[in-house]
Design a protein around this ligand. Sequence first.
Ligand code: NDP
Ligand code: OXD
Length: 337
Amino acid sequence: MVENKRTPDFSLNTQGISVHIDPMTFLVLSGMPDPGQYADVLTELDETLDVRVWPDAGDLSDIKYALAWQQEPGVLATLPNLKIIFSLGAGVEHVLGDPKLPDVPLVRFVDPDLTMRMGEYACLHVLMHQRRMLEYAALQRQGKWQELWPQPCASETRAGVMGLGVLGRNAAEKLHLLGFDVAGWSRSMKRSDGVTCFAGEDGLKPFLARTDILICMLPHTPGTHGILNAKLLSGLARDGQLPGPVLINAGRGKLQVEADILSALEAGDLWGASLDVFEEEPLPASSPFWAHPRVIVTPHNASITYSRALCRYVLAQVARHERGEALENVVDVKRGY
Ligand code: NDP
Ligand code: OXD
């Protein structure tokens, strides 16, 4: 049981007028290590807050705001006065996996630093493959001074971003600034300077057919589950200047069918890959990706959430809500993102 910093539901009686002060009580529910870090930062930012960490929730009727990620299913539904659920990340499938999710707004994390980091990841990995750095690193280890051909420049390389949301759009625009020939694909049609846009099922085939380096920044939903499979990979461009198509996945592991990616690498449908997310995380030691010469593995850190940035964002959203303003980045629960 946590020690409450504020007494719940107290009233001030000034000149006979009873003023009700609603305490600002938060509950952090996370299956990830160290959920207490969010309580520490929130109270550092505002020492009047009452922040509790599941399972030390105290009186459940006190809780107004929840910060959740892989929460224990069913717990959120037991909070009778819950007003808002905040996802501890940009993605929300870990929160939506709860079969008893209460009907209150679910707000996801959108932050300029998070967006910037994802843009960096996209540019870094596109350049790594376009400039054939994995092969040059292998040649260096062998002490070999050797140039590789072909060596297309950015404008001769077609990058395709799947998902033109907050993160994908920023990545696409940065790749365009680097000189790549960029396209993007999303559910609904977008307009973006310098990015050729495709949308929906009909747009997928032509989008893939003009893509040498595919960068995936989709959310994981029932509609995107396993989308990076053999059929999709075989639709990537085969007339590019690189030795073959490349896949970069920074969205979610459950978007990819790993057996299909490995087969595509063997068959030449894929020439290289950068994978930040995996079907199972941490990536098991037995995974062939670890030692694959044409695969770069990163530990789901394409863009990380800093607890301080997240907590500032949560408090800003709560302040909007308290002022009666609309919340930002509210998830469409039916759509799944
Ligand atoms: P957004 O919700 O802003 O964007 C999602 C995009 O995906 C939208 O353009 C949407 O289309 C598109 N989309 C969704 N479903 C489909 C579909 N079935 N077919 C085609 N397009 C679809 O999300 P963000 O850009 O903020 O984040 C994207 C994902 O990145 C997160 O959900 C998370 O999984 C991942 N992520 C990974 C991190 C990492 O470190 N690896 C860090 C942070 C996030 P439309 O615009 O038409 O709605
Ligand atoms: C996120 C993530 O969704 O870190 O924010 O993956």
